[in-house]
Design a protein around this ligand. Structure first.
Ligand code: MG
Length: 301
């Protein structure tokens, strides 16, 4: 447990119903160089997450602690689980998206687009039809602590949709500077994608798109921006609120994009996950630590 004062910073009465003001944050681990990609697996009741500069993935089991899951991890970043409970991972160094099969073997799902290598897949989400949506900014080819320095081969930083059945990789957005975190609304009618780059349309922010025909994005608009730091990754709760990482912790936005409140985690948070047996535990990865706290809301089924 940390923080002698309340970590909660309410900006709207609706936030007070989402948290229990007396509940402290729990710190589970503090030896990260930079945590990312938290992903909960209900079958084993554990969390996997990446420690990018240390080139490893870790596993947290409640009550048991943290152990190394994979090393080297090819400087893995974002993680998701697919419909069959398999791990899907974005790898910076190998510039690919992989799936870890139930027998532990690793299948490459995507590593190039039209014959050119991907930049460095960053974050990933699996839709209920099995399609795999991921972002491809260049962070993993800009610094050796994040991957391996290399030239970009693509002429942009795209948001991709992969049909794992056919292997078809398509771009769904091509006007991002640095597309990063992404998540669907509970009914999957909306996809949110953050841009951590600074472009012609302003400072870093989260954009909102309508999902058409299940596989296309339409009517993009700016949804919200974190007023401290950037939105690297986020999750949506069952009521449609968006819980985003930020420079000072986690910011909670209503489905209309209003800031409802913040959770201060003592520094920058890189990404979050809603998990636990009741799907109501908000996991937070940061620059050194993995935290969590129980919310009064939960992940969609
Ligand atoms: Mg990210």
């Amino acid at each position: 447990m940390i923080a002698n004062h309340s970590p909660y910073d309410s900006r709207d009465r609706r936030f007070d119903a989402l948290i229990d003001a007396g509940r402290p944050l729990e710190r589970h681990y503090d030896q990260l160089a930079f945590g990312e990609g938290p992903c909960y697996f209900p079958l084993g009741d554990y969390l996997l997450f990446s420690d990018i500069p240390n080139n490893r993935m870790l596993q947290y089991v409640g009550g048991l602690g943290v152990r190394e899951f994979r090393r080297p991890s090819n400087h893995s970043n974002g993680n998701a689980r697919d419909l069959r409970g398999r791990l899907v991972t974005c790898e910076h160094q190998s510039r690919r998206v992989t799936r870890t099969e139930l027998d532990g073997s690793v299948t490459v799902l995507a590593d190039s687009f039209r014959g050119k290598r991907l930049n460095s897949p960053n974050d990933v989400v699996v839709k209920s039809d099995g399609s795999i949506w991921f972002t491809d900014p260049p962070y993993g080819i800009e610094s050796h602590s994040q991957g391996t320095v290399a030239e970009s081969e693509l002429d942009g930083c795209y948001v991709f949709c992969l049909d794992p059945a056919s292997g078809t990789l398509s771009t769904v957005a091509d006007d991002f500077v640095r597309p990063n975190g992404l998540a669907f609304s509970p009914d999957e009618a909306v996809l949110y994608v953050s841009d951590t780059g600074v472009g012609t349309d302003g400072p870093p922010h989260i954009r909102r798109f309508e999902v058409a025909d299940g596989r296309r994005l339409e009517n993009g608009s700016v949804f919200a921006a974190t007023d401290v730091g950037k939105s690297d990754g986020f999750r949506i709760d069952i009521e449609g609120n968006l819980w985003s990482s930020a420079g000072d912790g986690v910011h909670c936005f209503s489905p209309a994009g209003e800031l409802l409140g913040k959770i201060h985690a003592g520094g920058r948070v890189s990404n979050v996950e809603l998990g636990g047996p009741e799907r109501n535990r908000l996991y937070m990865t940061g620059e050194s630590s993995l935290f969590s706290v129980i919310l009064n809301t939960r992940a969609p089924v």
